[in-house]
Design a protein around this ligand. Structure first.
Ligand SMILES: Cc1cc2nc3c(=O)[nH]c(=O)nc-3n(C[C@H](O)[C@H](O)[C@H](O)COP(=O)(O)OP(=O)(O)OC[C@H]3O[C@@H](n4cnc5c(N)ncnc54)[C@H](O)[C@@H]3O)c2cc1C
Ligand SMILES: O=C([O-])C1=[NH+]CCC1
Length: 325
């Protein structure tokens, strides 16, 4: 039986494990990670489907990845335990912006007129109203992990010090290490963009609102207020002044937030890379053994927006050449 290992148990790792399990049902598939949900970056995510703080040089493939992920999350809405839901709202900008490439994917995309922009706040020059999806990441990772284990998947807690060491015992290694790739494969192109958020209970909030500075996003079990983005910042401590500012600024934009119950504060480090790394390499180790390595990391602020399309592409990269797996 062939042996496949996925490094990482975040949204990228667990989804890659599922697509590989489906494509190669006879293979032995193991997820190795040093940290698991609910203690990883993926758990901090709002789960909002909206390409944000991510670069990828191939627009056609990016559109396909966006479409595949959007369609997959929409298929999960009917499953009560997957954490998916629809939500509508406003995205506005203080500068003139083009219609985004993903506009045809979301539902009811409509540009806002000048009167609407003025009523939403001062200084907004462009914006749109649309319906998109949210996938509560901790809920989804639990749902996906249950499916992976039910089909014979194996999970090991371990910090991988050297990826090449795995090539002696695995036919395929899939690197979904997120920001960990900086050390794991010495990739200095990946660095953190620190984000701080507040989870609140605010049942009167019925629309999302984002304006490039702050955001108020809904998901299946709370409302998420954000949106700091500090490049190169590794500090994981919640900053109380930042939290106060996030709350105040969001209340100005969404007054229904007044009196909202604070549930929790979180900080996460978005794994930002000059370009999302979704590619294959072949490693021949000192014993002359050749192993296929697939890299799937560097999703920045869009891990939940891109995960399923990336996981499907991971299987393509492993390729039919491995149909015997
Ligand atoms: C505040 C905030 C809000 C966000 N909101 C959204 C949103 O609304 N929508 C969206 O699309 N994206 C959002 N994101 C971005 C999203 O969270 C990330 O893009 C995504 O979580 C990255 O997933 P990942 O699986 O690559 O990484 P992670 O979740 O960090 O998982 C990496 C895994 O690799 C393991 N690992 C790393 N190195 C090693 C090693 N050497 N050995 C063993 N295991 C290792 C870790 O233990 C972990 O299990 C947000 C991010 C932040 C910070
Ligand atoms: O990274 C982030 O903060 C977000 N990504 C999509 C919505 C918010």
């Amino acid at each position: 039986m062939s042996n496949i290992v996925i490094i990482g148990a975040g949204i990228a790792g667990i989804s890659s494990a599922l697509t590989i399990q489906k494509k190669f049902p006879k293979a032995k598939i193991t997820i190795i990670a040093d940290k698991f949900s609910p203690f990883i970056t993926s758990d901090v995510a709002a789960g909002f489907w909206w390409p944000y703080l991510v670069n990828f040089p191939n627009p056609d493939l990016l559109n396909r990845i966006c479409r595949d992920t959007f369609n997959y999350i929409s298929s999960l809405v009917e499953k009560e335990d997957a954490g998916a839901m629809w939500q509508s709202g406003y995205e506005v900008n203080r500068e003139l912006t083009e219609i985004p490439h993903w506009a045809p994917l979301v539902r009811g995309f409509r540009r806002l007129n000048e009167d609407e922009l003025n009523r939403l706040g001062e200084g907004y020059k462009s914006g749109q109203f649309f319906t998109t999806l949210a996938l509560e990441p901790t809920t989804y990772i639990a749902y996906a992990t249950k499916e992976f284990l039910s089909k014979g998947g194996i999970i090991k807690q371990e910090k991988v010090e050297n990826l090449v060491e795995l090539t002696d015992s695995f036919d395929v290694v899939v690197n979904c290490s997120g920001l960990g790739a900086r050390d794991l494969v010495g990739d200095k192109q990946i660095s953190p963009i620190r984000g701080q958020i507040i989870r609140v209970r605010a049942p009167r909030v019925k629309h999302f609102f984002c304006d490039g500075d702050y955001y108020c996003l809904l998901n299946s079990n709370c409302v998420i207020l954000g949106g700091t983005h500090d490049e190169g910042e590794w500090n994981m401590e919640v900053n109380q002044d930042t939290a106060k500012k996030i709350l105040e600024e969001n209340i100005k934009r969404t007054p229904e937030l007044k009196g909202a119950e604070i549930i929790s504060h979180h900080v996460g480090l978005r794994p930002f890379r000059s370009s999302l790394r979704l590619e294959k390499e072949t490693i021949r180790n000192t014993n002359g053994r050749e192993t296929t390595v697939i890299h799937n990391y560097g999703h920045g602020g869009s891990g939940i927006t891109l995960f399923w399309g990336c996981a499907l592409h991971v299987v393509e990269l492993i390729g039919n050449g491995k149909a015997h797996l």
